[in-house]
Design a protein around this ligand. Structure first.
Ligand code: G6P
Length: 369
C-alpha cells in the first residue's frame, strides 16, 4: 500500500496532487487547441440528438452531483441548452416528465452508484438518450448508457472524491464547448480562446497546489471549529457545496455550502467570532457582490478565509486569510478554486487524527439503496 501511495501519506493527498496530470489525461486526443478542435466521438456520433434536444437532465449523487451543478452553468452559459440537475435518488422516484427529446447525462466516478443506475434505466424506458460520464471503464453505468465519455482520471482510492470531480468538470466543459461551436452560440474566435485557456489549466492547477503549505497553517488555526460556512456565487456556488462536503466527509466538522447571496436568508444568523466562513471570491463574475457579502460577514465578527485571484487587494484588506489561485476565465475557475478547499479539509482531518482515506460510515461506491 505504501508503494501505491507513491510517497504520499494518504491516497487522498496523492489524488489531489495528481490533478494536473489527470486533467491532461482527460484532454488527451480530445482537446486539439492548436488546430482549434475538440474531438469527442460520443458527441460527434450523436450530434443530431444533441442539437435537437429540448433540454439536458443531469443525474448524479454526491460529489458527482456537484460536478453536474457546475455543468449546468457551463452548458447554459456557453451552449445555451437548458439544463436541470437532479439527485438520482429523487429523480427515480418522482415520476419525472421525460421525453424522447431529452438527453440525460449520468455522472458517476464508479459507474456503480445504485440510484444513478436506476435513474438512467428509468430515463431510457421513457425514450431519453442517455450519455454517461464515468471514470471506471466498463462499469455498469458506462455499459447501460447509449453513449458516453470517460474521465480517464485513473483509479481513485480515497473515499472523498477529488480528481474525479475536476476531471468530470473537464469532460463536461469539453462537451459544452463542442456543442457551443456546433450550435453557433460561440464565435470561432471565442471558441479558440477558450481552448487555449483550457490547455493552460493543468499548469494553473499545479500553481494552485503551491498554496499547500499556507493552507496547512490555516488548517491549524481552524481545526477545532465546530461549524464552517462555505459561500460562492455563480460557477463557484457548486464549489462552495463541494468544499463543505469535503470537510464533512473526512473531518466530521459540520459544514454548509450556500450561494453567497442567500446568506442573508438564514445562515447570517449563525455568524459570530466562532464561525469560519470560507468565501470564494475570484475576480470575475460577481466579484463586487461577493466583496459586499464579505463586508457583511466581517461586520458580524465572522472569521473570513477568502479564495482569491492572484494579486487581489480588496478581499485581502477584509479577510483574516487569503489563499490565491491563478487568474482564468470564469467558466474554468471551479477547476482552480476547488484545489485549496480539498487541501483545507485534508489538513484539518489529518490534524484531528481522522481516517482520511476511509472515513467512518462512508463508502467509495454506494451500490445499494
Ligand atoms: C459516495 C462517495 C462519493 C461519491 C458518491 C457518488 O458517496 O463516497 O465520493 O461522490 O458516492 O459516487 P459516484 O461513483 O456515482 O460518483
Amino acid at each position: 500500500e505504501q508503494i501505491e501511495k507513491g510517497g504520499y501519506e494518504h491516497f487522498m493527498l496523492k489524488e489531489i496532487y495528481e490533478q494536473p496530470s489527470a486533467i491532461l489525461d482527460t484532454f488527451r486526443g480530445r482537446l486539439l487547441a492548436n488546430e482549434g478542435i475538440i474531438k469527442m466521438s460520443g458527441i460527434e456520433d450523436n450530434m443530431k440528438k444533441f442539437l435537437n434536444a429540448d433540454r439536458i437532465i443531469i443525474v448524479a449523487c454526491g460529489t458527482s452531483w456537484h460536478a453536474g451543478l457546475v455543468a449546468e452553468y457551463i452548458f447554459e452559459d456557453l451552449a445555451r441548452i437548458p439544463v436541470e440537475v437532479e439527485y438520482a435518488s429523487e429523480f427515480r422516484y418522482r415520476n419525472p416528465v421525460i421525453t424522447e427529446k431529452d438527453i440525460v447525462i449520468a455522472i458517476s466516478q464508479s459507474g456503480e452508484t445504485a440510484d444513478t443506475l436506476a435513474a438512467i434505466k428509468l430515463a431510457k424506458s421513457k425514450g431519453a438518450f442517455v450519455f454517461g460520464v464515468c471514470n471506471v471503464v466498463g462499469s455498469s453505468i458506462a455499459r447501460e448508457s447509449d453513449a458516453g465519455a470517460y474521465t480517464h482520471a485513473g483509479p481513485e482510492i480515497g473515499v472523498a472524491s477529488t480528481k474525479a470531480f475536476t476531471t468530470q468538470i473537464t469532460v463536461l466543459t469539453l462537451m459544452a464547448l463542442r456543442l457551443a461551436r456546433a450550435k453557433g452560440t460561440m464565435s470561432s474566435s471565442d471558441f479558440r480562446r477558450h481552448l487555449i485557456e483550457l490547455e493552460l489549466i493543468p499548469d494553473k492547477v499545479k500553481k494552485a497546489l503551491e498554496s499547500d503549505a499556507y493552507v496547512n497553517t490555516v488548517a491549524e488555526i481552524y481545526k477545532d471549529a465546530k461549524n464552517c460556512l462555505y459561500l460562492g456565487r455563480g460557477y463557484n456556488f457548486p464549489v462552495a457545496l463541494e468544499g463543505a462536503l469535503k470537510l464533512k466527509e473526512i473531518s466530521y466538522i459540520h459544514a454548509e455550502g450556500y450561494p453567497a447571496a442567500e446568506m442573508k436568508h438564514g445562515p447570517i444568523a449563525l455568524i459570530d467570532e466562532q464561525m469560519p466562513v470560507i468565501v470564494i471570491a475570484t475576480k470575475k463574475g460577481h466579484y463586487e457582490k461577493v466583496v459586499s457579502n464579505i463586508q457583511e460577514i466581517k461586520s458580524r465578527s465572522g472569521k473570513i478565509i477568502g479564495i482569491v485571484t492572484e494579486g487581489d487587494e480588496s478581499v485581502r484588506n477584509l479577510a483574516d486569510h487569503v489563499i490565491e489561485v491563478p487568474d482564468c476565465s470564469e467558466s474554468l475557475s471551479p477547476l482552480l478554486t476547488t484545489i485549496p478547499l480539498q487541501l483545507l479539509s485534508y489538513h484539518i482531518a489529518v490534524k484531528l487524527g481522522k481516517n482520511v482515506d476511509q472515513p467512518r460510515n462512508l463508502a467509495k461506491s454506494v451500490t445499494v439503496e
